[in-house]
Each structure stands twice: as C-alpha cells, then as structure tokens.
Ligand binder design. Structure first.
Ligand code: F2R
Ligand code: MG
Ligand code: MG
Length: 348
C-alpha cells in the first residue's frame, strides 16, 4: 500500500521531531515522581487540546542533524559524505545553541579547519582515538533507514558511513545500526495488525548477533553488548503483565547519552507502549511511546525522538495530533522532508 508507506515516511520524520521538541524541556529532570509525571501528562493534554497559546517548542541537535541527513539524501540522490559533513557544519555554525554534544563540536571545528579534505579523520581522533560512543549517530539515522529500506545490506553500509563522520566507536556505530534496522522493521509492518513484540525483538537479536560477531580485535568491555541488551529487553517485556517498573528499565537499559544506554531503551519504549501503561492517560499508542520515554528522564529529547521515529514508522502520520504539531517548530517541513524522501526512493 503506497499511501500507507508515504504516511510512514512522513510519520517517522514527524516522530523524530516531536519526540525531540517534547522531550528536550525535561532533559535530566527526575520524572519518576508522580508529581512530575502529572505535570507532563497535563502539558501534553493541553498541547493536544483545542487552540492553546504557548511558545512553539524548539527542536534540538537531534532534529537539526536529521534534517541535514534527509536534505542531503534528497538533493544528492545518494549518500554523499562530503555534502553531508558540510551540511552538519553549516547547520551547527548557523545555530550553535541547539544543545549539541560537548565532543562533537570539536569534529565540526576540525572539519571546517581541514576544509573537508578528510571527512573521516576528525571523528577518528575523538576521545584519544577511541571515537565517540554517544547516541549522536543513532539520533539522526531515520532518513537513512527510510532511504535504504528496500535493501538491508545497503542500509547497514550507509548507516555505518554516515555515522562515521562524527562517531567511530563501535558502540556509537552499532547503536545507529540498531536504530536504523528497528525503523526499517517498523516501516515494513502493518499497523492494522497487532504487533508481535517478541518476534520484533527476536528479529533484532538475530540481526545484531551477526553484526556484532563481525567485530574482531575490538576492545569492547563485553562481547555483543547490544545483543545482550536486547535479551534483557525481551525478559523485561514478557516477565510481568503490568510491565516493569521504570526504575528497573533505567537500571537495565539506561537513559543517558551513551548509544548503548539509550537506543535499546527507545526501542523498549515503543514496544511497551503497544499496551496501556499505568500513569500515562492516552488512547494513542504513539503519544504513549513518546510520553513514556520522557518519563524515564535522562536524555529525554533523544530517547523520545528515537521512540517517536519508530512509532511514526509503524503507525504513520495519522496518529499525530494536528494540534500538537502546531506547537512543534518546523513540523510541516519535517513531514514534507519525509515525503521528499519517499519520492526520491520511489523514483530510483
Ligand atoms: N548534549 C546534549 N545534552 C546535554 C547538553 C544540552 C543542553 N541542553 C545545553 O546545551 O544547554 N544532547 C545532545 O547530545 C547527545 C548526542 O551527543 P553526540 O552527538 O553523540 O555527541 P558526543 O560529544 O560525541 O558524545 C556525547 C558525550 O558522550 C561522552 N562520550 C562519548 N564518547 C566517549 C568516549 N569514547 N569516552 C568518554 N566519553 C565519551 C562525552 O561526554 C561526550 O561529550 C544527544 O543527547 C543530543 O540530544
Ligand atoms: Mg538534543
Ligand atoms: Mg539528547
């Protein structure tokens, strides 16, 4: 169904944006208290309700970099690393106050300094040559997943390459890969059928098993860390009918800027939100996914954004409240970018 696929493209770009806009005010807040959860619940109710005057919610680096990836793919018709690096740098220097990671700014400075002669070197030099394990590659990967959704091997290849402009640590790269393949799975599922959560995780485990086995000579603290997290996630989601307590989710999956401690969490939020969650009053599973992600605290904009991308890719655009979208900066532009990506993919 091509209409549904187009709606999913638009929806996943809107998911990136809305999760980011809604999550960023709560970054590092302790939302586990019932009082704070209620503040969030009421705030989202108001934003979704009839015309309500409030300043437009600004997006952060997550959406700014996602926009660069989408525009580069649409305008070049392929992954052009130099073009993409130039867009990242231009976008950063135009709006440096979008809340970028402390380390990645050095990459932008060096890229500008070397005039993009070697677009991969600055990232390799990060953190004494270790590379960044931040979630900055994963947070912006959605357009790659959309662009390459028909060809899995190409999706892996493009994700690796696009991530390496800023993140060369295996944890940073594999986090981006995990988010990309999860978006791809969402894109290919029918939202009119109940999602089989265990099958969804099982498929990710098989894929990450293969991807992480290919990591020879890498000095990781543990072998196959993403596969392990996915196994933990499968247990967390199936053990208890009520669902695990938020503290348990944070303890096992994490809620910070490390890719390993945020990408699995975002996937968990999307999957957990297939069913009602105590304390989150909404019939809308897409809103539930984003709201739940924010209640976990920590890196709320990024976990909200990645969970939103997955939910948008699964449900499509229809689940987004039009009232809420009016409160998010550049929402029409992000939906349109999703459509332009769809047109690019369909004409190739
Ligand atoms: N940076 C933030 N939020 C905090 C400050 C924003 C605040 N609102 C404000 O500006 O007032 N959010 C954004 O950063 C995350 C994505 O970061 P990215 O792109 O991965 O950046 P970076 O710098 O590469 O990594 C982030 C930090 O992780 C630590 N780190 C990474 N690799 C490391 C390594 N190999 N060894 C040691 N530490 C490592 C460093 O502290 C990095 O600075 C998103 O949440 C986005 O929203
Ligand atoms: Mg951010
Ligand atoms: Mg963040």
């Amino acid at each position: 169904d091509l209409q549904l696929l187009k709606s999913k493209f638009r929806g996943s770009m809107l998911g990136v944006l809305t999760g980011d806009c809604l999550g960023s005010p709560y970054e590092n807040e302790d939302l586990l208290t019932n009082g704070m959860k209620l503040v969030l619940q009421k705030s989202l109710d108001k934003l979704e309700g009839p015309a309500y005057k409030a300043p437009v919610m600004q997006f952060t680096d997550d959406s700014a970099m996602t926009r660069c990836v989408a525009e580069s793919l649409v305008e070049r018709g392929e992954l052009d690393l130099i073009d993409l690096a130039k867009r990242f740098v231009k976008s950063y220097y135009q709006e440096p106050n979008r809340g970028y990671g402390a380390g990645v700014v050095t990459v932008f400075q060096k890229l500008r300094g070397n005039k993009f002669k070697d677009v991969l070197l600055p990232a390799r030099e990060q953190f004494n040559g270790q590379g960044s394990w931040g979630n900055g590659g994963a947070m912006r990967v959605t357009p790659i997943a959309l662009f390459a959704h028909q060809n899995y091997e190409n999706l892996l290849d493009l994700t690796r390459k696009a991530t390496e402009i800023t993140h060369t640590h295996k944890i940073g790269i594999d986090g981006a890969i995990l988010q990309a393949i999860a978006v791809q799975q969402c894109l290919h599922l029918d939202p009119n059928n109940a999602l089989n959560v265990c099958d969804f995780i099982e498929e990710l485990i098989c894929k990450m098993d293969k991807i992480e086995q290919d990591e020879e000579g890498l000095d990781l603290a543990e072998a196959q860390p993403y596969k392990r997290k996915l196994n933990v996630m499968r247990k967390l989601i199936s053990e208890d009918k009520e669902g695990p307590r938020s503290e348990e989710v944070i303890r096992h999956l994490g809620n910070n800027i490390v890719a390993l401690h945020s990408v699995p969490t975002a996937i968990f939020c999307f999957l957990r939100a297939q069913k009602p969650i105590t304390g989150i009053e909404t019939e809308n599973p897409l809103r539930r996914a984003i709201q739940y992600a924010i209640t976990l605290g920590g890196d709320t904009d990024t976990i909200g954004s990645m969970a939103g991308a997955l939910a948008g890719a699964f449900y499509g655009e229809d689940k987004f409240s039009s009232n809420l979208l009016k409160h998010c900066e550049a929402s029409a532009e992000f939906a349109h970018l999703g459509e332009r990506l769809y047109d690019t993919v369909s004409t190739q």
